[in-house]
Design a binder for this molecule. Structure first.
Ligand code: 6PG
Length: 254
């Protein structure tokens, strides 16, 4: 099921997102699996959401000891690099909440070789799911974990995670984690793939800013061109898709 909600400000968007995060987390923790797996988004938009989740107002609404953090994507940099999505989450969420390292699974970019990092991450996810009796579902050719929640952003070009237009990883149907060459940035990024994203129980997009207006119109109301607008390919097979959009990004939408 797809739901789209609009907000006049990022603050209102974040409040709704924080409430939703808490709802999903508590439902997952209270389920037979007894824990909550979330893949965090990188970029700048979610930073204020992470700060809100770690604030006095929200931090006591979730049993963080039962929350296990993964990352939807990562730059191929060391974890203390200013570009690192892990570092952003650590600074704005993990440190304040005193999250144990045992509950955090980052892409181990120390390998330098992105393909090894991606294969390692896939093994890390799989091992966690097998050791903790979490659901792994076979979708087409992918034995994919079912994340309880995947947070995503969307770039001004319609990319999501590090699934950029016209890049190899868009077509990955078997692996759940890939190294993806991004020619326009002359770099290789690390990303979860569509099979695992579309196998999530819940996917929440956080989209704000005037620079997203055109891409968001194309993604939500344009022709289906997922190679050109990869965010269009996020369609959970058996999960909830929630778009949280601010008024600037929504300007062209009916
Ligand atoms: C990243 C993110 C990326 C991000 C979008 C939107 O590593 O940067 O995973 O997909 O979500 O680029 O970024 P902003 O939220 O900064 O606009």
């Amino acid at each position: 099921m797809r739901t789209i909600k609009f907000f006049d400000s990022l603050e209102e968007l974040n409040r709704f997102a924080a409430e939703k995060f808490g709802e999903i987390a508590r439902a997952s923790i209270n389920s037979s699996e007894g824990n909550f797996t979330v893949a965090l988004s990188g970029g700048s938009t979610p930073k204020s959401l992470y700060q809100l989740l770690a604030s006095d107002e929200y931090k006591n609404k979730v049993d963080w000891s039962k929350v296990f953090f993964f990352f939807g994507d990562e730059r191929n940099v060391l974890p203390d690099d200013t570009e690192s999505n892990f570092r952003m989450a650590k600074e704005n969420l993990f440190t304040t909440l005193e999250i144990s390292d045992k509950n955090i699974f980052r892409w181990q970019t120390e390998f330098k070789n992105a393909e090894i990092t991606a294969d390692n991450y896939q093994s890390t996810i799989r091992k966690f799911y097998e050791d903790n009796n979490k659901a792994i579902v076979t979708i087409n050719d992918c034995d994919c974990p079912r994340f309880d929640l995947i947070l995503l952003g969307m770039g001004a070009d319609g990319h999501t995670a590090s699934l950029f237009p016209f890049t190899e990883a868009l077509n990955e149907k078997q692996k759940m984690a890939a190294a993806n060459r991004i020619e326009k940035f002359d770099t290789t990024r690390l990303t979860l793939t569509f099979p695992v994203i579309n196998n999530a129980r819940n996917v929440i997009f956080l989209v704000r800013g005037a620079d997203k207006t055109e891409a968001l119109y194309e993604v939500l109301q344009g022709n289906f061109q997922p190679e050109k607008y990869p965010a269009q390919a996020v369609k959970p097979d058996d999960g909830n898709l929630l778009w949280l959009i601010d008024s600037e990004a929504a300007r062209l939408l009916n």
